[in-house]
Design a protein around this ligand. Structure first.
Ligand code: PT3
Length: 428
């Protein structure tokens, strides 16, 4: 009886381990890491019409990483050096890490500040005495070609339709009605014409005020704590409207699902390739909307990410040889990251289960799902049109030649008989 109970317990433990419900403390190893972070503190992106502050009030103008932002990312880099101590080399090894950023100053500079904290040069890596910095590549692609970090991707017809449909839901219309007076006040105070004051525009005003307040700039009297809180709530509502709220899974397929797909491809690649040849850590430097789109696609979004917040996706090899995925979110500089779990899985989620759960938001063919004609189809269409055009030209030429031959033949007979006749007459 005791033997049977022990065997039963053993198989229960094995089953729990296989499904990731229990995590053995010893023996498991970190195998691969994906990180997605928001850039650090920045200057506003625009001023609103009645803004007492202008671009000149910011040392590098609008949209730029500030020194606060640089420090936030330097500190995050130091934190990562500590967290991944023993997994990553203490000194920079180009085969271990791959960094990609959106092609925007503040994200590029955030990645650079982060890497300065993660990999201060050691020993032979010091190339200038006294300089605790070494160059580390940060890769990027042009903004218009970035399909994994710059959300919301706007050039997607189906997504545009989904947002329009969201704006027609009762929930959305009710919120707009409830906020009518507030938006009227905001329009008067900021000088933004009421008809232009969408929730997206209100978010941009909030963003500007937030930056100005944080940097102790001149604030108009109407900007009270309650106005700021009201604007923050409208921003959260807008984020829900563009990434969630209505047909969230389909929106995610067209937005954050692209990043989930990339993260899974990175994991797959790390399992295929010889460990020494594939990076151990892939780092993405991006925006608040990147993290929102990612977390909405994973169905774990709670609120807008602060500066330098970092979403971590870690792959572990368990000591029974299986792989599990753990996610953490560091959204406060002074506290440890908190664990995140997919709604239908344990925090330590078996890789296969993780893939199964997120498959609904992974696009197969983004262009097709957006309702765009695929490039192959466009090429086939162009070739078809070109072929038909050539055929028409050939038919036209053939008909034209036939007509010419016919008229020449007729003409020859007449002219020739005439000339011949004439010649004959002349000869006669
Ligand atoms: O602050 O994280 C952020 C924003 O994403 C910002 O970087 C941005 O690019 N906003 C889009 C233009 C308003």
């Amino acid at each position: 009886m005791a033997g049977a109970a022990a065997a039963g317990l053993r198989s229960l433990l094995c089953a729990l381990l296989a499904f990731g419900a229990l995590t053995p403390a010893a023996g498991r190893t970190l195998a691969f890491v994906n990180l997605v972070y928001r850039h650090g503190d920045r200057s506003p992106i625009v001023a609103y019409p009645t803004d007492p502050n202008t671009e000149k009030d910011w040392p590098q103008g609008f949209g730029q990483l500030t020194q606060i932002g640089m420090k936030q990312h330097y500190a995050l880099g130091q934190y990562l050096q500590n967290r991944y101590h023993g997994f990553l080399n203490a000194s920079y090894d180009r085969y271990e890490i791959y960094v990609r950023s959106t092609n925007i100053d503040r994200t590029l500079m955030s990645a650079e500040s982060n890497l300065a904290g993660l990999y201060p040069p050691q020993g032979q890596q010091i190339f200038h005495p006294g300089l605790k910095w070494q160059p580390i590549p940060v890769h990027t692609v042009p903004v218009g070609q970035d399909k994994i970090l710059l959300f919301p991707l706007k050039n997607c017809s189906r997504y545009t339709k989904l947002v329009e449909e969201t704006e027609n839901t009762d929930e959305y219309k009710k919120t707009l009605m409830e906020n009518k007076d507030f938006l009227d006040m905001l329009s008067k105070a900021t000088g933004v014409p009421r008809e232009q004051l969408s929730l997206e525009y209100a978010w941009s005003i909030y963003d500007t005020l937030f930056c100005e307040q944080l940097h102790h700039k001149t604030m108009p009297a109407w900007v009270t704590p309650s106005v700021m809180e009201h604007l923050r709530m409208l921003k959260e509502f807008h984020l829900q409207a563009i990434f969630g709220m209505y047909k969230q899974e389909e929106k995610s397929q067209l937005q954050g699902g692209l990043l989930v797909k990339q993260i899974l491809q990175n994991i797959e690649q790390s399992l295929k390739v010889t460990p020494t040849l594939s990076p151990k850590l892939i780092m993405y430097s991006a925006h608040d909307t990147t993290i929102v789109a990612l977390q909405m696609a994973l169905n774990i979004y709670s609120q807008a990410p602060p500066y330098a917040s970092c979403h971590m996706v870690e792959l572990y090899k368990e000591d029974n040889g299986t792989f599990t995925v753990e996610m953490y979110y560091k959204n406060e500089s002074s506290s440890a990251p908190y664990p995140l779990a997919l709604p239908a899985c344990s925090q330590s989620c078996p890789l296969d289960r993780f893939i199964e759960i997120v498959k609904g938001v992974i696009p197969d063919d983004w262009d097709k799902e957006c309702g765009h004609t695929s490039n192959h189809f466009k090429i086939d269409l162009l070739l078809g049109l070109a072929g038909s055009f050539c055929l028409l030209v050939l038919i036209f030429l053939a008909v034209w030649q036939y007509c010419c031959n016919w008229s020449q033949h007729e003409g020859y007979q007449k002219v020739s008989s005439g000339i011949e006749g004439g010649k004959k007459m002349a000869l006669m």
